[in-house]
Design a protein around this ligand. Structure first.
Ligand SMILES: [Mn+2]
Length: 324
């Protein structure tokens, strides 16, 4: 099934001269590295490519030299004939405002995607959008270079939590096997993405972990990151997935609820769960979305009140009860 959409996407890219690639707001490792890989792949065909992210990158990605080629801001639509959006549920999610009339390709591995593109390739089975984009190499007729292999491997490594999350499949390893054959070093990528922390990041992590609370049943862990904590340690944007990983490692915990203050009274809540505990179902209740084991939503209010109310509602929802 996805074979034909890949061929259609490849044809559309081959027929274009000047392509823009963009990614979702608050970009993550998968979005960032897949955009770099896809840019490299399309450049091998002799096309002009711009890569644009509306939002700046979290630590550590902004420190890596390869991310400098991604422009932060708006796509320049002049002479452009194609826009490819990676992991954007809709155009709004890209933050791009100048691409209204341009032909669009929509590639995503989140099932909550609305098919807004001229071509839409949604594969919730894929561990990462990087795993999907690898599949475009053959229909594009290109050979994966070592640089592209490292980018795609980094994307998949990021989104699978170093191959630990439930989205990791045989297909993931199949693709990664090919990427290693093409020049990606698992050890070099792991060292770069995992062991590049700064002392301030570890201190911030300590601050976040010190907010840890458990529900009565001991199966839900709650952690919080306030703006003032983040700023105290000098971060504007920070990828703090490690805090979730550590909270999730507590025996008996099935879900981590992570409150991140975005602006006063506004919180981005990320949910990370184990096994059958459905994070997406919980997120949808609050107007968000995601995967079974990784989802998120935004809430407004006083933190204290939210911390009291939200976990209980999620607990009831997962037990199949409804609270009025
Ligand atoms: Mn992803």
């Amino acid at each position: 099934m996805s074979q034909s959409i890949k061929v259609e996407i490849a044809r559309k890219i081959i027929a274009s001269k000047n392509v823009a690639i963009t990614i979702h707001l608050r970009p993550d490792g998968d979005a960032i590295y897949t955009s770099l890989a896809l840019a490299g792949m399309i450049e091998l065909l002799g096309k002009k490519v711009q890569v644009v992210s509306h939002d700046p990158f979290p630590f550590p990605f902004f420190e890596f030299s390869e991310t400098k080629r991604i422009k932060i801001g708006q796509i320049d639509p002049v002479d452009l004939d194609l826009v490819i959006l990676l992991e954007c549920a809709d155009v709004t999610r890209s933050g791009q405002t100048k691409i209204g009339r341009l032909p669009k390709i929509n590639i995503d591995h989140h099932y909550s995607n609305s098919p807004f593109g001229d071509l839409n390739w949604i594969d919730p089975q894929a561990s990462a959008v990087g795993e999907m984009v690898y599949g475009l190499a053959a229909p594009l007729g290109i050979k994966i270079t070592p640089e592209i292999a490292v980018f795609l491997y980094s994307a998949i490594f990021s989104d699978t939590g170093s191959f630990q999350f439930s989205n990791t499949t045989g297909q993931t390893f199949e693709v990664c096997h090919q990427l290693v054959e093409s020049g990606a070093s698992p050890n070099a990528v792991a060292e770069k993405l995992l062991n590049n922390n700064s002392p301030s990041k570890i201190k911030l992590l300590g601050r976040i972990l010190s907010t840890l609370q458990l529900n009565e049943a001991g199966n839900m862990a709650l952690i919080t990151m306030l703006i003032r904590d983040r700023e105290e340690f000098g971060f504007k944007e920070v990828d703090i997935e490690d805090a979730t990983t550590l909270a999730r490692s507590i025996k008996g915990v099935e879900m981590v609820i992570f409150f991140k203050e975005i602006s006063p009274g506004e919180f981005r809540v990320s949910l990370r769960s184990k096994g059958q505990t459905n994070a997406a179902l919980a997120a949808e209740k609050f107007g968000g979305g995601g995967h079974v084991n990784a989802a998120g939503f935004t809430v407004y209010g006083q933190l204290e009140e939210l911390l009291k109310r939200i976990p209980g509602e999620i607990e009831d929802l997962l037990k199949g009860k409804t609270r009025r």
